[in-house]
Design a protein around this ligand. Structure first.
Ligand code: SF4
Length: 229
């Protein structure tokens, strides 16, 4: 099986054709990743927030290795809020950037306790006031823990794959998210991120994407597609 060379893939010329193509991409993602979900293990919204803070510049696999012991040691938000920062930095050391991350975890727990009565906020405006929670983190938690479509999670996979699929021509995550929110139906914002992250891990990898195995190949004109013989 070989992938289609980019120059042989017709580009949509009208707004209607572009819309059809997006719909087509969503259908193909549904077929490829029907059960895509967040890979960070968690038992409640607070644990998901903590795991997402730890996942910055770190793999979900590594975070999942660290969080069981972390959540056993600090079972509640109160435990996080009153923790020693040095000790927590040590507890999360293997996820990298451990000083900043421990500061964010403790700060987030304190903010949620003092301002939000111990409940992780249910809206993006409040979430963005929580230390360590920028748009990506806020969207992950609101989407996965509460099913609230506050935006589209843009991580490194969504950034790369959305560009390859010509769903955006922007480079920074905030502008990419704005483009995706414009062209995707709101009811797809949450699942789309999970599916694209799965796709970025499985096939549309950073170096040498596995285009010959990708169902989106016939409508993908990414410049860096890999064409096998
Ligand atoms: S794997 Fe290849 S064909 Fe599929 S979306 Fe990525 S670049 Fe396009």
């Amino acid at each position: 099986m070989s992938a289609t060379p980019p120059k042989l893939v017709p580009r949509p010329k009208t707004a209607a054709a572009r819309k059809d193509r997006v719909r087509n991409i969503l259908d193909l993602l549904d077929n490829m990743y029907p059960n895509a979900t967040c890979a960070l293990q968690h038992g409640n919204a607070w644990e998901l927030l903590a795991a997402t803070i730890l996942s910055a510049q770190c793999t979900d696999k590594r975070v999942n290795e660290v969080t069981p012991a972390l959540f056993a040691k600090y079972p509640t938000i109160q435990d996080f809020a009153h923790a020693s920062q040095d000790e927590m930095a040590n507890d999360v050391r293997s996820t990298g950037f451990f000083n900043n991350k421990s500061k964010s975890l403790i700060g987030a727990a304190q903010r949620i306790l003092t301002t939000f009565g111990g409940e992780v906020p249910h809206n993006i405006e409040d979430m963005l006031t929580v230390p360590g929670a920028a748009r990506k983190t806020a969207n992950v938690v609101l989407g996965t823990a509460f099913g609230i479509a506050s935006g589209v999670v843009v991580d490194t996979h969504v950034q790369r794959v959305s560009g390859r699929l010509d769903l955006t021509r922007q480079a920074d995550p905030v502008s990419i998210e704005k483009d995706l929110m414009k062209i995707l139906p709101e009811k797809r914002w949450i699942l789309f991120s999970h599916q694209i992250i799965s796709h970025g891990r499985a096939l549309c990898v950073a170096r040498k994407p596995k285009c010959a195995e990708c169902a989106i190949d016939p409508i993908c004109y990414a410049k860096d597609k890999t064409i096998t013989a």
